[in-house]
Design a protein around this ligand. Sequence first.
Ligand code: AMP
Ligand code: ZN
Length: 106
Amino acid sequence: MEKDCIFCKIVNGEIPTDFLYENDSLVVFKDINPQAPVHLLIVPKKHIRSINDLTEEDRKIVSEMIITGRDMAEKESVSKSGYKLIFHVEKGGGQLVFHLHMHLIG
Ligand code: AMP
Ligand code: ZN
């Protein structure tokens, strides 16, 4: 839990948010400003600033995020039509929220 981190507050319930999926290590919720009919965020519960800050112990969570993105695409019926899984990395990469997340856009 990082002070003043909006996604930590969503993860711990301080900012009430509907989760489309939750397990021990991650949550999935709708992006507040959708860029397509399906726009979800896959967010690890652990506070990690960005892809740049991943450590050896985070290998499992990253693979879990991608597999969960695939499964949510299936649930949201965009598997066949297609979708994007996107990580923005730091300011120049378009990252606005500095708590690791993956966009599912379909
Ligand atoms: P990024 O540019 O990858 O850091 O994207 C952050 C994303 O978080 C943006 O697409 C925002 O619309 C989204 N976002 C910010 N605050 C919230 C929130 N409270 N609930 C859902 N999505 C949010
Ligand atoms: Zn955080």
